[in-house]
Write a protein that binds this ligand. Sequence first.
Ligand SMILES: NC(=O)C1=CN([C@@H]2O[C@H](COP(=O)(O)OP(=O)(O)OC[C@H]3O[C@@H](n4cnc5c(N)ncnc54)[C@H](OP(=O)(O)O)[C@@H]3O)[C@@H](O)[C@H]2O)C=CC1
Ligand SMILES: O=C(O)C1=N[C@H](C(=O)O)C[C@H](O)C1
Length: 269
Amino acid sequence: MTDKPGIVITGASGRMGQMLIKTVLDSDTARLAGVVERTGHDWVGQDIGIAMGGPAQGVIVTDDALAAFSTAQAVIDFTAPEATLAFSKLAAEAGCVHVIGTTGMSETQIADLDPAASQTVIVRAGNMSLGVNLLVQLTRKVAAALDEDFDIEVIEAHHHHKVDAPSGTALMLGEAAAEGRGVSLSEVSDRGRDGITGARKKGDIGFTAIRGGDIVGEHDVLFAAKGERIVLRHMATDRAIFARGALKAALWGQGKPPGAYDMIDVLGL
Ligand SMILES: NC(=O)C1=CN([C@@H]2O[C@H](COP(=O)(O)OP(=O)(O)OC[C@H]3O[C@@H](n4cnc5c(N)ncnc54)[C@H](OP(=O)(O)O)[C@@H]3O)[C@@H](O)[C@H]2O)C=CC1
Ligand SMILES: O=C(O)C1=N[C@H](C(=O)O)C[C@H](O)C1
């Protein structure tokens, strides 16, 4: 037996699921307590190491999330909105910290996490990397320093498998820009330009999503005025940055009071 916190990874076969499993297996500070996949997935019942094409790790993939969560201290969940909502109830029931990287959740789905957050620690962020969370803080500062003569645009690029737009990160950056400006993002957000759109409305925050190939994740925040432009940029080239952040969040959450937290809390930015 070991005192290292036990971590369960959901969506085990996904791009992030596999990266998270490798990160926990390589960690000196946490142990892989379980891995969860959907009922019917061909990995269920297999050793996770073998399923991932390597040596056995002594952890069998299960479709019984509650049983897995009950043996662990934290769940790291990068799946899909409906799955994450279901996992939040089970993590609360099991008393596990729930780290949520899933993006594309609606306002209603985010509010539906509240009951679980009153019972356990939830850390949720559209991007778990140190660099992006620093960029969020910089965006808020720059937006606060500039007036509406600077048009704000958030431009993001991701791989062709991504199913949601704008990205969770783009929305974090848009929120930070709106907060810096002292406005509500929902009132100034411009997401869908197509056709005769009319001239850009002063004060709007625009979003553009590019999808192609194997781009891991790139985000620009553009502040464009007459005669000058500022661009704040983050480029992710390795999904390990997200997995490392998520593991940090899972460990940070141990012993914290129940509540809804984000990576700014975890990183102390
Ligand atoms: N916050 C952050 O730092 C980051 C967030 N993300 C987000 O993480 C999420 C996953 O991304 P990625 O790994 O690329 O996606 P993938 O499609 O590769 O993986 C998603 C995984 O979730 C599982 N899943 C989906 N729906 C359900 C469900 N209803 N019940 C159970 N399991 C389900 C899938 O299983 P199956 O294959 O059977 O469908 C799959 O294993 C996305 O929302 C993405 O935006 C990604 C990177 C960084
Ligand atoms: O789906 C992805 O891949 C990513 N999703 C997150 C997002 O929506 O911002 C984070 C990262 O950019 C990769």
